[in-house]
Design a protein around this ligand. Structure first.
Ligand code: SAM
Length: 227
C-alpha cells in the first residue's frame, strides 16, 4: 500500500478536501451509499454490529446513523488524516476507530455487516485476498460483506474506451485534461482493479455462500457476499 505523503492517504485528494472533490472523480458516488444502506435495511438486522474498512471521512457512518437506530461501528482506515476527518464528522456517535489497513484488522465472528467502499483496490491481488479472508473471519454466520470497487473490463479495447468515458465524466465535473490523464494513469500503478469475474471468484474462494453483483456503472461495481 502506498500512502502518498503529498496527499496524506492513498487517494489523490487530501483528507480535508476529500468530501468536496470525490463526486468529481466517482460517478454516482452517493448512489453507492444509497444502495449499501438499502441492502443492509433489506437484511433486517435488529441491532447492527458494523465494521467499515477504509472508511475514509466517515460519510457512510453519518448516513447509516440517520437511517438505523441501533448500530455500533468499528471504523478502520490506514490514514490518520482520514480518521481525523471522520472523528470530526461523527463527533460522539458510537464508533470505535482503528488506524490500520484491512489485512491488519482481525476480528472473529463479531459483525453483522462489513463494508469496504472503494478501498480495497489499493491492494495487489494477494493482499486483497488476505483482506477478504479477514472480512470473512470477522463476519457472524449469515452476516453480509458489501464491497464497492473500481473494476477493469476484461477486453483491452473496452478498457481504453471506458477509461476515456470515465475521464470525460471527470472533465465535465471540473477536472482539467491533465488531472484526468493523471488519474487514469494511476490505474494498475497506484490502484489495482480486478475484473467483475475475479471479484465474484474471490468472494467464492474465500468461502461466501452467496455472491451477487448488485450495482455497476462506469468502472465501479457493488458486490455482496453472504457468509
Ligand atoms: C477512495 S477512499 C474511500 C473512502 C470511503 N470508504 C468512501 O466511501 O468515501 C479510499 C480509502 O481507502 C483507504 N485505504 C487505502 N489502503 C487501504 C487498505 N489497504 N485497507 C483499507 N483501507 C485502505 C484510504 O486511506 C482511503 O481512506
Amino acid at each position: 500500500m502506498v500512502i502518498n505523503m503529498t496527499y496524506d492517504n492513498t487517494t489523490p485528494i487530501t483528507a480535508k478536501r476529500y468530501d468536496e472533490k470525490i463526486n468529481d472523480t466517482l460517478p454516482y458516488y452517493q448512489e453507492f451509499y444509497n444502495q449499501t444502506l438499502d441492502v443492509v435495511e433489506q437484511c433486517g438486522f435488529g441491532k447492527i454490529d458494523w465494521l467499515d474498512l477504509g472508511g475514509g471521512t466517515g460519510s457512510l457512518e453519518e448516513q447509516a446513523f440517520q437511517k438505523f437506530s441501533d448500530i455500533h461501528f468499528v471504523f478502520a482506515d490506514p490514514s490518520e488524516k482520514m480518521i481525523e476527518q471522520a472523528r470530526e464528522k461523527l463527533q460522539d456517535a458510537s464508533v470505535q476507530y482503528i488506524c490500520a489497513g484491512s489485512t491488519s484488522v482481525h476480528f472473529t465472528e463479531q459483525f453483522d455487516v462489513v463494508t469496504a467502499i472503494q478501498s480495497h483496490y489499493y491492494m495487489q491481488e494477494e493482499e486483497h485476498k488476505e483482506a477478504t479472508e479477514c472480512v470473512y473471519h470477522a463476519l457472524k454466520m449469515d452476516g453480509i460483506y458489501i464491497n464497492f470497487e473500481n473494476v477493469i473490463p476484461e477486453d483491452g479495447e473496452i478498457k481504453k474506451f471506458e477509461l476515456l468515458r470515465w475521464g470525460k465524466y471527470q472533465q465535465r465535473h471540473g477536472k482539467t485534461e491533465e488531472e484526468e490523464k493523471a488519474h487514469n494513469a494511476r490505474c494498475g500503478v497506484n490502484y489495482f482493479p480486478l475484473t467483475v469475474n475475479q471479484h465474484i471468484q474471490l468472494l467464492k474462494d474465500v468461502g461466501f455462500q452467496k455472491v451477487h453483483v448488485f450495482w455497476y456503472s462506469y468502472m465501479q461495481m457493488g458486490i455482496y457476499g453472504v457468509k
